[in-house]
Design a protein around this ligand. Sequence first.
Ligand code: ZN
Length: 326
Amino acid sequence: MGLTNRQYDMLRYNYDTRRRQARFGADRRTDEIYDKIPEIKAIDDRIRTDSIRRARLAISGDKSALEGLDESNAALTLQKEALLESHGFPKDYMQPRYECPVCQDTGYVNGSPCDCYKRALTELVYNDSNLAGILKEQNFGNFNYDLFSDSPETIDKTTDMTPRRNIETVVAQARHFIEVFDEQFNNLLIYGNTGVGKTFLCSCIAKELLDTSHSVVYYTAYKFFRLLENDKFHSADIEEDVPGPDYLIDCDLLILDDLGTELTNSYIGSALYSVLNERALKKHSTVISTNLSLHDLNTRYSERVFSRLNKDYIFLKITGEDIRCL
Ligand SMILES: [Zn+2]
């Protein structure tokens, strides 16, 4: 699991807030009860003073001072509960009401993450990925191989396979990328004509990794470079919840969809290189999809971008017709 610092801080903040609110609510209800049922305040005062008195004795060497304390407190608690019920209140009325009683809103049970924490984490990484919603449709479970032709006349010259045979190979490689994601630093460059299913495959990869609580960030190239430019030129204006460049470097997987559709300027090339380079240095994987041929990639971006791709990326070509029209 790879949380960015920002995600971790946000999650901790949410849990701290929940816990504080639960305790604040309990304090408020306690004040109300002390007001309405003074006998309960008297019992609580007795529990407190008795505990302090016994603790003082224990500190000064009286080994028997704490004997029977638990039993005596338990008996007084029962009295309190009976009083609450006789006044028409539930017996746990003065207790904090945690959203998750299992971990009492700490997120942990015996040092391990609580189920509620894992759910909150998955929700957070989904929302941060820019993919919430899309992934219900676009995942391996909905991958339709029948959309890819298997007839011999559709064999592609570069892959020497039918689109169907080819996509099976590509999906197997994508699945392998996911399987070894935590152990191996790999990157994918998925290329092919418009509409052959590159974005769909990116979504499938994103979903698998999000479901195992990895931080995944998805951007179309157009939005990605606009974000970088905004951050560079108007850093004060950037929307607060848009992940800034640190996030782009630190997330477990960055998906850059449709590279080549962005507007070109001198800044784009160097920004692309610096993100790919920083991520490679930190061994954080990147998946890029593009309509550009390898030749066009080479001429459009700088030599150092192309050599970075060549060195670190597994090239996956998807062949076939525009399946969006079928
Ligand atoms: Zn919990």
